[in-house]
Design a protein around this ligand. Structure first.
Ligand code: IPM
Ligand code: MG
Length: 372
C-alpha cells in the first residue's frame, strides 16, 4: 500500500517521540512491502517562531493532501504563563482538527500486563480494563464564541452543539460498541447544561437503531469517580469535546502512564494520529520521554487503513519491550533506556517470529519459498 503521511512533530517532546513512530512505520514498510512517504511540516510554538502562525498555510495544505497526519505534541510554557498572548500554539491543533473536520476522537484505554503492578491503582481494580473514549472533537466549548469584556474583567466561552454534530459521532460510537461488549455510556452534565440535554435526546433516539447495545447515562462528575472506582464497567464512553478531554487524562492514570495512550481523530476525508500526552516541556531534548503513545498512534494509523496484521506486529513489539523492561523511566524509575533506544528496540522487533510465519506462508502460497 502507498500512503502519504504528513509529519507534524510540533513542540517539546513531540519531535523525539514521533521520530520513533516513524522508525516503526519504516520497519513495517520494509517488512510488509509497503511504500510510505513522510513529509514534515511545522505546527504549534515552533511554527509561531518560524512563521508567526501556529498552523501555516503550507502545513494545512500538506495535511489536506495527505492520506494521514502523524502528530507529535504542541505547547510551550512561554504561552501558558502569558494569558494575554493572542497567538497560542494550541490554536494550531484546534484549527487543524476543525479544518480537516476530524469530528471523532478515538482514545482506547487498555492495560499492558507488565504495567499493572506499577500503577497507583490496585491491581484488582484495573486488571482487565478495556474501554474506548469517543470524544467529539470539533464542536462544543472549544469552538463556541469566546468573549472578553473591554475592561478585561468578564469572559465567556459558548458551548454549542447541533443535532448533526452529535449524531455523526454517536453513530460511530454505537457501531464500535456493537462490535465489542455492546455497552455505550454517554457522559454529560444533563442535570445542568442544555447542550447535555440535547446530547441525551439525540443519543437516545439513535440508540433505538442499535437495540443490541445497552445505553447508559452518567453525569461527568460521577463518571470521573466511576472510572477510578471500577474502570472495567466501561466499554465505549461517548462524550462532548471538553468532558472527553478531561476523562482521557483520567484514562491515562488507569492505563499506567499517559505516555502509553494513543489516539486517532477521524473525519469523512481525513485522519490524524497523535499521542494523548502533551508537549512535556520539562523533558524536551532529554531523550527520556516515552515514545509508546506515539508508536501506538502509528499502529492505529495502520489499522485505519486496514493494515491490521502490520498494526499487530507493532503492538507485539511494544509488548516485547515491556516484557524485557526496555522502557523509559516513567515506567520504571531505575530504567536507563532512552526514548531513542526504546524506539530502536521496538522498530527492530517488528519482524517477530509470528510475522515471519505469515510472510513465509504468503511466500509459500506464491511458490517463492519452501521455508516454514
Ligand atoms: C488533547 C489536548 C488538547 C485538547 C490541547 C493541547 C489543546 O489536551 O488533545 O487532549 O484539549 O484537545
Ligand atoms: Mg487533553
Amino acid at each position: 500500500m502507498k500512503l502519504k503521511i504528513a509529519l507534524l512533530p510540533g513542540d517539546g517532546i513531540g519531535p523525539e517521540v514521533t521520530a520513533q513512530a516513524v522508525k516503526c512505520l519504516q520497519a513495517v514498510e520494509e517488512t510488509f512491502g509497503h511504500q510510505f512517504t513522510f513529509t514534515r511540516a511545522l505546527v504549534g510554538a515552533s511554527a509561531i517562531s518560524a512563521k508567526g502562525d501556529p498552523l501555516p498555510e503550507e502545513t494545512l495544505e500538506l495535511c489536506k493532501n495527505s492520506d494521514a497526519v502523524l502528530f507529535g505534541a504542541i505547547g510551550d510554557p512561554k504561552y501558558d504563563k502569558d494569558p494575554d498572548a493572542k497567538i497560542r500554539p494550541e490554536q494550531g491543533l484546534l484549527r487543524l482538527r476543525k479544518a480537516l473536520d476530524l469530528f471523532s476522537n478515538i482514545r482506547p484505554v487498555k492495560i499492558f500486563p507488565t504495567i499493572i503492578k506499577k500503577s497507583t491503582l490496585k491491581e484488582k481494580v484495573i486488571k482487565g480494563t478495556d474501554f474506548i473514549i469517543y470524544r467529539e472533537l470539533t464542536g462544543g466549548i472549544y469552538f463556541g464564541e469566546k468573549k472578553l469584556s473591554d475592561d478585561g474583567t468578564k469572559a465567556s466561552d459558548l458551548c454549542e452543539y447541533s443535532e448533526h454534530e452529535i449524531s455523526r459521532i454517536a453513530h460511530l460510537a454505537f457501531k464500535a460498541a456493537k462490535s465489542r461488549r455492546k455497552k455505550l455510556t454517554l457522559v454529560d452534565k444533563a442535570n445542568v447544561l442544555e447542550s447535555s440535554r440535547l446530547w441525551r435526546k439525540v443519543v437516545s433516539k439513535i440508540g433505538e437503531s442499535y437495540p443490541e447495545v445497552e445505553l447508559e447515562f452518567l453525569f461527568v462528575d460521577n463518571a470521573a469517580m466511576q472510572l477510578i472506582l471500577n474502570p472495567k464497567q466501561f466499554d465505549i464512553i461517548l462524550s462532548d469535546n471538553m468532558f472527553g478531554d478531561i476523562l482521557s487524562d483520567v484514562g491515562g492514570v488507569i492505563g499506567g502512564s499517559i505516555g502509553l495512550l494513543p489516539s486517532a481523530s477521524v473525519g469523512e476525508n481525513n485522519a490524524m494520529f497523535e499521542p494523548i500526552h502533551g508537549s512535556y516541556p520539562q523533558a524536551a531534548g532529554k531523550n527520556i520521554a516515552n515514545p509508546i503513545a506515539s508508536i501506538l498512534s502509528a499502529a492505529m494509523l495502520l489499522n485505519h487503513f486496514g493494515l491490521d496484521e502490520e498494526s499487530q506486529s507493532v503492538v507485539n513489539a511494544i509488548y516485547k519491550s515491556m516484557k524485557k523492561n526496555i522502557v523509559t523511566p516513567d515506567l520504571d524509575v531505575k530504567s536507563k533506556y532512552s526514548t531513542d533506544e526504546v524506539g530502536e528496540f521496538i522498530a527492530g522487533n517488528i519482524v517477530d517470529s509470528d510475522n515471519f510465519q505469515s510472510i513465509n506462508k504468503e511466500n509459500i502460497g506464491l511458490g517463492k519459498s519452501t521455508i516454514i
